[in-house]
Design a protein around this ligand. Structure first.
Ligand SMILES: NC(=O)c1ccc[n+]([C@@H]2O[C@H](COP(=O)([O-])OP(=O)(O)OC[C@H]3O[C@@H](n4cnc5c(N)ncnc54)[C@H](OP(=O)(O)O)[C@@H]3O)[C@@H](O)[C@H]2O)c1
Length: 283
């Protein structure tokens, strides 16, 4: 199969690159905005036609939640209109969406068909992307994920490691509950979906197993890295968020597990693998 991975310099895109040698039966095309700007419909069509692409894994996105509040049109261009550009190529698509399509006010894990109610510009534009994709491409697979981290780019794990080394004390919210997602685990489930005997179009929820608060996550990160920094639990009101954050944002993963027959790693185990990679700078 000829597979195009867009946004491939990002966290998830880089983890997809890391899998290519283990899946060398496919012909891979990795692009980021410099090689292929997905907001450019003609360029997308030309690239797909010229290279005979069968499947697009869209890892490109506008992911800065705070900046999206100030510049929703640009976020919409990348998170929604560009997704439609990919869908209109006629390729099969695997696309990534977010827990931010939900309100974050729930108290039980969200299933794929639960009502959506995004509270942020980022969430609204990602939801529009989902909808445009599903209208234009019945063959689409969408993985909604949350709290994504990896050894690459900017993410919570790397920020806490840096701050933990710079400061004696960190104040972190304990009243926002969710589940971290190791991008390498998400990349593996994407490969499973690509290589499944049948194509299973639809929306799926994927994070690691378990739940925690950002406070618990921080404690785990710093202990694994043997960083001696005090972590103080605070409430959301004590932190000057520019954008509202979900209080409870846990995704129900039964559908992805039964459809693809996978076991999902516990968040602590995956975090430990990522910290090993970061500390030993294997990559
Ligand atoms: N990060 C999270 O916590 C999180 C949570 C839930 C869901 N997700 C979703 O998971 C997916 C992967 O996220 P990630 O953290 O891997 O994202 P990321 O690290 O921000 O990577 C996104 C990549 O897309 C590129 N890009 C931006 N505009 C583009 C364009 N017009 N054409 C082509 N490429 C473009 C970015 O380039 P620049 O860096 O130059 O802009 C970047 O390399 C996204 O769909 C995101 O919405 C992420």
């Amino acid at each position: 199969m000829k597979i195009l991975v867009t946004g491939s310099n990002g966290q998830l895109g880089t983890e997809m690159r890391n899998l290519r040698t283990a899946h060398a039966q496919h012909q891979w095309f990795f692009t980021d905005v410099a090689e292929l700007d997905i907001t450019d419909r003609e360029a997308v069509n030309a690239f797909v036609r010229m290279n005979g692409i069968d499947l697009i894994v869209n890892c490109a996105a506008y992911t800065n939640v705070d900046r999206a509040e100030e510049d929703e049109p640009t976020a919409r261009l990348i998170n929604a209109q560009a997704v439609e550009n990919l869908a209109l190529t006629g390729c099969r698509i695997i696309h990534i969406s977010t827990d931010y399509v939900f309100s974050g006010c729930e108290s039980v894990p969200c299933r794929e068909d639960d009502p959506v109610a995004p509270a942020t510009a980022y969430g609204r534009t990602k939801l529009e992307g989902e909808r445009l994709l599903l209208v234009a491409c019945q063959e689409a697979i969408i993985f909604r994920t949350a709290w994504l981290y990896s050894p690459y780019g900017n993410n919570f794990v790397k920020t806490m490691l840096r701050l933990g080394n710079e400061r004696d004390e960190l104040r972190v919210v304990y009243d926002q509950i969710g589940t971290p997602t190791y991008a390498a685990d998400l990349a593996r489930v994407i490969m499973t979906a690509i290589e499944a005997p049948e194509w299973h179009a639809g929306i799926y929820h994927f994070t690691n197993e378990g739940v925690c608060s950002w406070y618990d996550f921080t404690i785990a990160i710093l202990r694994m890295a043997e960083t001696d920094c005090r972590v103080v639990p605070i409430r959301s009101e004590e932190y000057a968020y520019r954008t509202p954050r979900p209080h409870y944002s846990v995704l129900d993963k039964r559908k992805v597990k039964t459809t693809f027959g996978i076991d999902i790693p516990y968040w602590i185990d995956s975090l430990s693998e990522c910290i090993d990679r970061l500390v030993n700078t294997i990559d």
